[in-house]
Design a protein around this ligand. Structure first.
Ligand code: IMP
Ligand code: MG
Length: 184
């Protein structure tokens, strides 16, 4: 597989993102003048490695939650609308939320999550490790982005092909010739 970002490159970028994100919140009036935490919402399963590595480096008050959303049917194309499989237990009302996911492709996943948790008065931000700029439908954006990548199917660091490769510490381009491999 062609490695796009090795472990060291990913970890270095996450440290930079943690600084950017922390700085953003420290500038917000609500963060400065209330004791409210940022509510981090991890999109399972793909967003898990990124969320945990990011949280270790944030220098802000936060709590964390998760939800499970499915967009792919174990293949390499998103062929249906995302489904919320597990909702967060908390109702976010007027909390301020940072959605954290592995990758922004069409943006349908992020849009679905925002529609689900939307409540007036919230500051809802999004952080993704990867973005495929060529695939995004209009109107969806992320606030914090690790790397832009070409329109190729990638695996590793949370991203899977049929539930494989998620635990690799790097991000690589998946190729057809990998389909018979026994790597997990
Ligand atoms: P979107 O809804 O089209 O933005 O797709 C986002 C979701 O699709 C992500 O949370 C991933 O779970 C999955 N996804 C998108 N692109 C890839 C990829 O290249 N490899 C593995 N999963 C992907
Ligand atoms: Mg996902």
């Amino acid at each position: 597989m062609e490695i796009l970002f090795d472990e060291q490159t990913i970890q270095k970028r996450i440290s930079e993102m943690a600084s950017e994100i922390s700085a953003y919140y420290k500038r917000q009036e609500w963060y400065k003048y209330t004791m409210e935490p940022v509510h981090i919402l991890c999109v399972m399963f793909g967003g898990l490695p990124f969320t945990t590595d990011l949280m270790k480096r944030l220098s802000i008050r936060f709590k964390y939650h998760w939800m499970r959303v499915s967009s792919y049917c174990g293949t390499t194309t998103s062929i249906r609308d995302p489904k919320i499989l597990v909702k967060p237990r908390k109702r976010f009302l007027d909390d301020n939320i940072l959605i954290v996911d592995d990758i922004l492709e069409s943006g349908k996943t992020i849009r679905t999550i925002k529609e689900h948790i939307k409540w007036p008065g919230q500051d809802i931000r999004t952080a993704v490790l990867l973005r495929k700029p060529d695939k995004i439908s209009s109107g969806v954006r992320a606030d914090f982005i690790g790397f832009d990548i070409p329109d190729k199917f990638v695996v590793g660091y949370g991203l899977d092909y049929k539930n494989r490769y998620r635990k690799k510490p790097y991000v690589a381009v998946w190729g057809e010739d990998e389909s018979g491999s026994s790597e997990s």
